[in-house]
Ligand binder design. Structure first.
Ligand code: HEC
Length: 122
């Protein structure tokens, strides 16, 4: 029992510590969490703005941030890597009332791939 509690605590601590390790800083907590806009390169700013508006219609950005930082999709527990981003994008696009275009999703997928690369840097 005590060991289980200890492990839960360690996992929580690892999550809390992640933003400091990732190259692109994360600002805000909980519902307000997002990647730091000032660190997004100019050619991806457009995609960042799309993500900021379109990807918080059904859930907050925290879900996407955690997926990118940990490499694990937080709801299903499936891998969230560069091989998977496109499929997740399409999955989101196909949800009822997703209010996104194919091109918008494509741009966000491109941005997520960049963020995954950056998160992997020491
Ligand atoms: C129309 C509603 C809707 C929109 C818009 C939406 N999502 Fe989601 N998202 C969901 C639902 C519902 C889930 C719960 C898991 C599932 O059904 O796949 C989810 C889950 C997720 C997950 C976790 C997936 C998992 O398997 O754990 C990520 C990451 C995610 N969304 C990212 C995004 C991104 C990035 C965008 C913008 C391109 C976006 N979402 C837009 C509804 C939406």
């Amino acid at each position: 029992m005590r060991l289980t509690k200890m492990m839960v605590l360690l996992i929580l601590m690892a999550f809390a510590a992640t933003p400091a390790v990732a190259k692109i800083k994360v600002v805000g907590k909980g519902d307000k969490m997002n990647f730091d806009a000032s660190q997004i390169p100019s050619d991806l700013k457009g995609a960042y703005e799309i993500m900021k508006v379109k990807c918080i219609q059904c859930h907050t950005m925290e879900r996407t941030v955690i997926a990118i930082q940990t490499g694990i999709a937080p709801v299903t527990g499936q891998p969230f890597d560069k091989q998977a981003t496109k499929a997740y994008g399409i999955k989101m696009l196909r949800k009822p009332k997703s209010n996104m275009s194919r091109d918008e999703v494509k741009q966000v997928v491109n941005l997520m791939n960049y963020l995954i690369d950056e998160s992997a840097k020491p």
